[in-house]
Design a protein around this ligand. Sequence first.
Ligand code: ADP
Length: 315
Amino acid sequence: MVLIITLNPSVDLLYFEPTFRLGVHNRFQNSTIMSAGKGINCSRALSYLGEKATSLSLVGGLSGEFFKKHLENEHFESLYIPIQAETRHSITIMHDDNVHTEIVEAGPKVYPEMKEAIFDRILQIVTEKKIEIISLNGSVNSDDEYFYNDLVYFLRKNTAPETKILADFSRNALQQIVHNATSYPDFIKPNLEEFCQLTGLPFNNKQEVLDYIKENPLPIPYTLVSCGAEGAIAQFSGQLYDVAAPTIDLVNPTGSGDATVAGAIYAFKHHLSDEEVIRFAIASGTANAMENGVGIARREIVNQLLDQVLIEKIE
Ligand code: ADP
């Protein structure tokens, strides 16, 4: 079984408008409203691949109720940890020929006294549902910069050694888990921007990432640096791979990273080879970019794309 954890989900409002201006009255037409967050998108993408995950999120207040209602029709199981504060809102406005403006709330704070209860609830689910794969997706709004380091350490200590732990978060949490962890996750998937944050270097393309990782291997066993339309650089089990994504007619790449993680989870779940993990991850990310929706990796499209993922071993 797979558990996907979203500690800071959101209710997302999406607008497509011809224009948007600051400092004036903007009258918008229709909004699309949805429950979102990296782990929610990932759970959805996994359900399209044919695997039913259990999703766990922190939710609170009226917007939390709304969030839960909107997940009722999804093809994954949703569990919640109730909190006092309101689940956050995010607004995305697509305007002026594909300019992407986002207004994102930081979300409810996770205070130190909530930490133990959250860890215990996660472990309870892992035990009850015989979870083999745990994915930690997205930020946590906490002043504790070791929150995720401690969670990974706690999970390693209390779960079977073969349990796979995936970590898809950014900024300080990513830096801490790569540079200061006692226990590492098995898999990380920074995108190009997150890889720049992680290293403090200004990478512009896949080749620059490859050149860097050749000289500076990462400590995480499965590291996939996704580079949008270019594909990815993978460092899996000590082997480097240059991966080209299939060429497509781009529709909407939002959530492609989450679908990439879903593809990797699918392949881990089925104990596929390292190259097949890369293939499923990239094909799922690309399939999502061919859709209007977010977190959609249609199985038949992914199957068609698998052979179009070009994987070159770097010696
Ligand atoms: P994120 O969504 O986390 O920013 P990326 O933009 O790197 O991640 O996209 C993740 C994966 O999705 C890529 O490695 C690639 O497989 C696929 N992808 C994204 N954009 C495109 C595109 N324009 N064409 C083909 N594949 C894409």
